[in-house]
Design a protein around this ligand. Structure first.
Ligand code: GUN
Ligand code: FE
Length: 409
């Protein structure tokens, strides 16, 4: 099916640069963008007039927890207390299938409502909840990279799996759901070093050695967490080295937070070609510390932005870009940099920039239309308005994989 949209296109080019094309025609055939032109390619197809909006590549959320949607705003000023008081009790409730359906429904619909077209999701340890999440993503049409959480130690009994069972279930889900359609990819999800035994992580490392699937985990978010990791894993020289020794770093590994790292850890990450996910809203909320953006840029480690619900408070990626800019006291960051971090930069972190992250012929037709003042012509100004003045109610249409999945007047 061919679709033509008349709109104003804002495309990221690099960390420093974006391009604006006013009043152009974007042609979509099935799920792929086929042309971007000044004149419509075909006069027989009806043209969708979105000229009162700016069209952006669909927003990418590199890290969020589907079943933490309802604990947003439950406040503690440190990670471990917050996990024990709010997060783990909430995740225990997800063993109830009806409850899981209700939360997954809300979360996936809100991701889309906020203009997100691709989300990297943590489920919980529950197999049912994982399958419910996949079905909701398929039902609503969200591009999703998702995994069942793995936890085999140091956690409440109801959230503790047997090591081999955790491995077996994750492998089974990977084999069943990875690429079940081109919207769903499986992501092995050992929660973080403090809830995973070295045995579990090493078994996972051995399994993924030759198949290179996605892996997501948390790294070095909080000072007490880092200290605790050092006492649990005395054979490792650092937090990052735990993951390195287990064999779970690699080009498709996503490391959330990565705040308190030394240079040897940054070198390990760089060498493994792993990516980092910066979650500034969550870091403010839990008083986790300041992401060393300067260092991450110096080491040229790919990174993007994550909403990290429920320590993060909302799902609107331009808001997280705003938080990213506010977070940096000593580093010059401009709106174009932050925009890149939830579009093409995130696609690069996913090693998927040939498929998503900008609107180009041959990429997937994933796009987000935002109603905003279209009298501006400077890309930096347009993106700045997006980041500092818009909110989810301004998202007028979301297209994922060529299909309109959200639309309002
Ligand atoms: N570290 C381990 N689990 C979590 C989680 O659910 N949220 C955050 N922010 N950090 C974590
Ligand atoms: Fe998280």
């Amino acid at each position: 099916m061919k679709k033509i949209i008349f709109t104003n296109l804002l495309n990221p080019i690099s960390w420093e640069k974006a391009e604006y094309q006013k009043e152009i025609y974007i042609t979509i055939e099935d799920n792929i963008i086929t042309s971007i032109e000044k004149e419509p390619q075909c006069f027989l197809t009806t043209i969708d007039d979105m000229s009162d909006c700016v069209c952006y590549p669909g927003f990418i959320d590199l890290h969020t927890h589907i079943y933490q949607y309802d604990i947003r705003g439950s406040y503690k000023n440190n990670l471990l207390e917050w996990l024990n008081n709010y997060t783990f009790p909430e995740e225990i409730k997800v063993s109830n299938t009806d409850y899981a359906k209700c939360i997954a429904d809300k979360m996936i619909q809100n991701l889309i409502y906020c203009g997100t077209s691709t989300a990297c999701l943590y489920s919980t340890i529950h197999r049912n909840a994982f399958e419910i999440a996949v079905n909701k993503a398929l039902k609503f049409g969200l591009r999703t990279i998702i995994g069942k959480v793995m936890m085999d130690m140091n956690s409440p009994a109801q959230l503790t799996e047997k090591t081999q069972q955790s491995i077996n279930e994750s492998i089974e889900l990977y084999k069943t759901f990875d690429n079940i359609t081109n919207l769903i990819e499986y992501c092995f999800t050992p929660r973080f070093a403090l809830s995973c035994s070295f045995d579990l992580m090493q078994k996972l490392g051995q399994y993924i050695q030759n198949i290179s699937p996605y892996v997501q985990t948390h790294l070095s978010e909080n000072i007490d967490e880092v200290k605790s990791v050092k006492t649990y894993f005395q054979n490792a020289v650092s937090y990052t080295d735990v993951y390195n020794q287990a064999g779970i770093l690699g080009p498709k590994t996503l490391l959330a937070h990565a705040i308190h790292l030394d240079n040897t850890e940054l070198n390990l990450i760089k060498k493994s070609r792993s990516s980092i996910v910066h979650c500034p809203d969550s870091n403010f909320f839990l008083k986790s510390g300041t992401f060393n953006l300067n260092k991450i840029l110096e080491y040229q480690i790919p990174f993007g932005l994550g909403s990290d619900i429920g320590a993060g408070t909302n799902l609107y990626m331009p808001y997280h870009a705003r938080m990213m800019i506010y977070r940096q006291d000593n580093f010059q960051i401009n709106p174009l940099n932050a925009f890149y971090s939830f579009t093409l930069g995130s696609a690069e972190a996913l090693k998927k920039s040939n498929q998503i992250g900008s609107i180009q012929p041959l990429k997937f037709a994933d796009m987000t239309f935002v109603k905003q003042d279209i009298t501006y012509t400077n890309p930096e100004e347009i993106v700045s308005k997006l980041i500092f003045t818009t909110n989810p109610t301004d998202v007028k249409k979301v297209i994922v994989n060529g299909k309109t999945i959200h639309e309002k007047d």
